[in-house]
Design a protein around this ligand. Structure first.
Ligand code: NDP
Length: 244
């Protein structure tokens, strides 16, 4: 891939993706956005001039165009190949009797509204990348939007209930994936939802079965195989297609 942007890249899966792309030499230019860069992310950027850190609270959609201008200056007329909407929040303890309005709004803002609005702002750069690579089939090598979803956003697989803010926000993100895939088909921009597995991060907790490295390796192996027939679908890190 020529260029990739990952939101929420200071820790957890976002940082893991940055590290993987750097270590495997998989991307020429990496944009890591975060509210506050971690020391680890800063240290990687100090060693790798192709890693660009941008400060971005994804709730502040009014700053998206400013971020796009900065990215545009770096990528020039190559555009941006891949946007990974990874930043996310998960409010716990939200059974029906306990759930609060603010929790619903916060999860929907970060997990649904922000990815949609950021994709909208980055659309000119994604389209530019697609045109620039028009000899390539629809793929992450051409232009793609990957929405980091969750199996908890699957309505078909919900057999536990609860988790209102998180489940609803990821189900809505999945709905956005489907719409984007239809809207961007003519531009040959691939769009997919990705469930990273249950992973040991601050969000996933220490009881999760998967380590960050295994999840990330699976995610990028899966992304590398996606083509025209896969746009508008929901995948797990190991390549399994998931039901909406
Ligand atoms: P973490 O809690 O470890 O990290 C979340 C990341 O999102 C942090 O970088 C955080 O930044 C960022 N973030 C949250 N709110 C904002 C905001 N307003 N603006 C910018 N960045 C923000 O989570 P994971 O790494 O585990 O999760 C990454 C993605 O994967 C999420 O979308 C999550 O829903 C999804 N996922 C994770 C699973 C797991 O088991 N871990 C399972 C299924 C899905 P900050 O440090 O500033 O808070």
């Amino acid at each position: 891939m020529k260029s990739v942007l990952i939101t929420g890249a200071n820790r957890g899966l976002g940082l893991g993706m940055v590290k993987y792309l750097i270590n495997q030499n998989k991307a020429e230019k990496i944009f890591a956005t975060c509210r506050n860069e971690s020391q680890e992310l800063q240290a990687i950027a100090a060693q790798n001039k192709n890693l660009h850190i941008l400060r971005l609270d994804v709730k502040n959609t009014e700053f998206f165009d400013e971020a796009v201008s900065k990215i545009s200056e770096v990528v020039g007329d190559d555009g941006l190949n891949v946007l990974i909407n990874n930043a996310g929040v998960a409010t716990k303890y939200t059974k029906l009797g306990l759930v609060k309005t603010e929790q619903m709004i916060d999860n929907l803002m970060v997990n649904t509204v922000a990815p949609i609005m950021l994709t909208k702002s980055l659309l000119p750069l994604l389209k530019q990348a697609s045109v620039k690579n028009d000899e390539k089939p629809m793929s992450t090598e051409r232009a793609a939007v990957i929405n980091m979803s969750s199996i908890l956003g699957s309505i078909a697989q919900n057999d536990q209930g609860g988790f209102y803010p998180y489940r609803c926000s990821k189900a809505a993100l999945n709905a956005a994936t489907k719409s984007m895939s239809i809207d961007l088909e003519k531009d040959k921009i691939l769009v997919a939802s990705m469930h990273p597995g249950w992973v040991r991060t601050d969000m996933g907790g220490q009881n999760a079965p998967l380590d960050i490295e295994s999840s990330i390796r699976g995610i990028f192996d899966t992304l590398a195989k996606l083509g025209e027939k896969d746009t508008g679908k929901f995948y797990q890190y190991d390549g399994t297609e998931l039901p909406w």
